[in-house]
Design a protein around this ligand. Structure first.
Ligand SMILES: [Zn+2]
Length: 331
């Protein structure tokens, strides 16, 4: 029996369109940012976590580990767990992967606290934050082409003092020569010097795509996130996010970077490495494997909701294997 609820869909579309129209008015824009910021402050509680997948491919076992760990850690700490779809990199969005993500959240019976948000609906907000950074001269336009940058991974600051017009250019954030350190709950103390390791980095690409770094930092703040639990492949990004957050006066978050599930070839599970999409019909078995891979006590096979409840009761983050990779082989 199909029940597509067409009225509901068109209502929500009309609502979004009217919101979008409202947001296009410049006065309203700054009002809406201020409003969102004050909401974020009000909503700040002791633990708000999130699961933030990118729809660049279907969810795989590695994504399930992040979902389970972020969920159990939030719930075991009497916190909230939010879901955010990180879809600003429109050219890399993989057909139907968004639908697969939503179907998995349903099938594994995760219960997000609040509406799922989509970053592609929030581009106006990121633009407002860029304006804020522009007025404090924290960013500048860069005209370097990929060819000019070559294979050098450290940007030399070539355009920093050229004062180029922002239109049609990449936008970079200035970094300074200072260590940025944080204590990861699993990986211990981490320090980086962005000037030596990276140089001024891109917040908006020449083609207009908002960078992952900018969208993550802004949304973690506006959603009042306090705790980030995600894969160790994102450990490298954290210093950039802390730096950007500090320039915007956002509070520092707690971080826990999970060891990655590796395949037979010693590669992390990813769409590029042909990781299997999560099979919804095997949700209980996959959930059981994920809980064990995270070093947690066994849970009995049951409805996923019941299994998650048991996993939350038994949750002990100290039992998660340390290091950047799990020792088992996954597919
Ligand atoms: Zn440049």
């Amino acid at each position: 029996m199909s029940n597509p609820l067409p009225e509901n869909h068109s209502f929500s579309l009309a609502q979004r369109q009217s919101d979008a129209l409202l947001n296009r008015l410049p006065e309203n824009q700054s009002f809406s940012l201020a409003q969102r910021q004050s909401d974020a402050l009000l909503n700040r509680c002791s633990y708000i976590g999130r699961f933030a997948p990118s729809p660049t491919g279907p969810l795989h076992f590695g994504s399930l580990l992040t979902a389970v760990a972020s969920y159990c850690d939030a719930k075991a700490n009497h916190g909230k767990w939010l879901v955010r779809i990180e879809d600003t990199d429109i050219p890399r969005i993989y057909p139907n992967s968004e639908a697969h993500i939503l179907a998995c959240i349903d099938a594994f019976q995760f219960e997000p606290d609040g509406e799922i948000i989509f970053q592609k609906d929030r581009l106006d907000i990121y633009e407002q934050v860029l304006e804020q950074l522009k007025s404090s001269q924290a960013i500048y336009a860069c005209q370097c082409t990929r060819k000019m940058l070559g294979s050098n991974h450290i940007y030399a600051g070539t355009c920093r003092n050229l004062h180029l017009d922002f239109a049609q250019q990449a936008i970079r954030l200035k970094v300074t020569d200072q260590p940025i350190c944080f204590e990861d709950r699993l990986q211990g103390q981490q320090c980086s010097n962005l000037e030596y390791e990276l140089g001024d980095f891109v917040l908006k690409r020449r083609d207009g795509i908002i960078s992952y770094q900018l969208a993550v930092v802004v949304d973690d703040y506006l959603q009042a996130i306090t705790h980030v639990v995600r894969g160790a492949d994102l450990l490298d990004n954290t210093a950039r996010q802390i730096w950007l957050g500090s320039l915007l006066d956002y509070p520092l978050l707690s971080y826990m970077h999970l060891p990655l599930a590796m395949n037979e070839q010693g590669q992390k599970l990813s769409k590029q490495n042909l990781a299997q999409a999560l099979d919804i019909s095997k949700a209980p078995t996959l959930l059981q494997h994920a809980i064990l891979a995270l070093g947690q006590p066994q849970v009995e096979l049951d409805q996923p909701r019941v299994m998650l409840q048991q996993a939350v009761q038994q949750w002990d983050a100290n039992l998660i294997p340390k290091g950047h990779q799990l020792t088992g082989i996954y597919q």
